[in-house]
Ligand binder design. Structure first.
Ligand code: NAG
Ligand code: NAG
Ligand code: NAG
Ligand code: NAG
Length: 287
């Protein structure tokens, strides 16, 4: 899902879901220009082209969103303020397809693209509509503040953060069957309790609905390999899962996830090695 490239579910702080941090500096930027057209347009794209079987009232979703945000102090929007918005876009999601991730943004959407049954937060209507956008209201005015919005870190009830928290929670609560969690083994604290996965999603998973939590730890092509299924914070994650009664598996050497990274740079030694093996196999089968 290339359009969502900037959705990082887990930075080191509450800044979490939002990627925005990488491309823009929140705090300097106001509400995304043309936000109304973008949100309603994405809603129609989603319900007309991507998922035509769905019936949603895009204008109504927008109206409820506006109601939640404007006329509010820019740092005073809670998850509950979005209740009506989420009621208007509740979606049934198929089991065995849920893909969670943390600090693997570069990889997760190529992974979801090649393994087509996976379904990330950005594949939901909410994730699709609000990805990469910034917004905040202003108390004295009946419009968004297009000049500046506060930074994530300055308030606990940031309007953008609250929406992503709510969206992540809703997504995780709906998770059922086998779910997959993609974590980054090239960093310390691959499983971070402050990330959106560690602080919101994990706690919202229901052990009665989720059959298996299948953890996949992936490292960068050039390493380093800092964490694995038996090393570092992943062990803590497994401990949490166990204590909550989840069944789980963990792999830290999934070749698909490595080879996918070669799409970006085929010259890496790992890629060259595997490319020549593949070519040899091709020679064997064609001879
Ligand atoms: C924040 O919102 C609550 C409930 O909507 C309201 O009671 C409170 O006065 C607001 N605080 C500020 C600083 O605007
Ligand atoms: C792991 O995290 C680092 C630092 O954020 C990032 O540069 C790298 O692309 C990530 N690796 C994968 C496989 O997502
Ligand atoms: C769920 O995961 C378990 C453990 O990896 C596996 O044995 C089982 O076949 C999976 N079921 C489905 C429906 O994918
Ligand atoms: C495949 O076969 C061709 C000719 O049969 C040969 O020139 C080439 O080197 C072989 N490639 C590999 C990777 O073995």
């Amino acid at each position: 899902m290339p359009f969502l490239t900037s959705f990082i579910i887990s930075i080191t702080t509450w800044i979490a879901p939002l990627h925005l941090c990488s491309s823009q500096t929140p705090g300097q930027l106001g509400t995304t220009a043309n936000i109304r057209h973008i949100v309603i347009g994405r809603c129609f794209t989603y319900t007309t082209l991507i998922n035509p079987s769905l019936r949603f009232d895009c204008e109504e979703i927008w109206r409820r969103f506006e109601e939640a945000v404007i006329h509010q102090a820019s740092c005073n929007v809670t998850e509950d303020d979005y209740n009506q918005v989420f009621h208007a876009m509740s979606q049934i999601q198929p089991c065995d397809r849920f893909l969670f991730w943390s600090k693997t943004r570069t990889l997760v959407h190529s992974y979801a693209a090649v393994v087509p049954h996976f379904w990330t937060l950005e594949d939901t209507l909410a994730g699709y509509m609000f990805n990469e956008l910034i917004w905040c209201g202003q108390e004295e005015d009946s419009d968004f503040d297009f000049n500046s919005c506060p930074e994530w870190s300055v308030c606990r009830t940031h309007p953008v953060f609250s929406l992503w928290k709510r969206a992540s929670q809703t997504f995780a609560e709906a998770a059922c069957g086998n779910i997959t969690v993609l974590l980054n083994g090239s960093i310390v604290n691959a499983f971070n309790r402050k990330s959106m996965f560690g602080s919101v999603e994990l706690d919202s998973l229901n052990p009665h609905r989720v059959k298996y939590v299948n953890i996949k730890v992936v490292t960068n092509l050039d390493g380093p390999q800092i964490e694995s299924c038996s090393q570092g914070s992943i062990v803590d994650l497994i401990h949490v899962l166990r204590s909550r009664g989840f069944r789980w598996t963990c792999t830290d050497s999934d070749p698909t996830l490595m080879i996918l990274q070669c799409v970006q740079d085929l010259t890496r030694p790992y890629c060259q090695r595997h490319a020549s093996i593949l070519l040899q196999q091709q020679n064997l089968t064609s001879n």
